[in-house]
Design a protein around this ligand. Structure first.
Ligand SMILES: [Zn+2]
Length: 133
């Protein structure tokens, strides 16, 4: 099993920011480890009205392999000095990971080299359907 530190480094390794008139690409990198122990990488792509998160690109590569279960995932951003910052997944990505496979609720979201939270902890009302009246 890859360590958090190794996955943080893999995520940082794909960051290569490219700015265009209306876009910013590859300033966030993601590394995810599938339950089959394979690493998938991705970068963000933001252009005009479209924003693809780094997590979504890594997940896209994973599901292209017909794999849907995540063991660990991390996204990172680098500041102007090149320091790496771990960032937590946005709401869309959290919900997508859950809806891809309910067992992803036990996926470990890497928050630091020595800290993780389960997806379930980050998405406490994921299954809320309360009929009214
Ligand atoms: Zn996202």
């Amino acid at each position: 099993m890859m360590t958090n530190e190794e996955l943080i480094q893999r995520a940082a390794s794909v960051i290569a920011p490219r700015k265009t008139r209306n876009g910013l690409f590859a300033d966030v990198g993601c590394a995810l480890l599938s339950v089959e122990n394979k690493v998938y990488l991705g970068v963000c792509a933001a252009s005009g009205s479209n924003v693809l998160c780094a997590e979504q690109n890594a997940i896209g590569s994973m599901i292209t392999d017909s794999v849907y279960r995540i063991a660990k995932i991390v996204a990172v951003w680098k500041d102007d000095q090149g320091a790496v910052h771990v960032i937590s997944p946005c709401g869309n990505c959290r919900q997508m990971m859950f809806e891809m496979d309910k067992q992803n609720l036990q996926a470990e979201i890497i928050l630091d080299h020595d800290r993780t939270a389960t997806l379930e902890a980050l998405l406490p009302y994921h299954d809320w359907w309360k009929k009214q009246g």
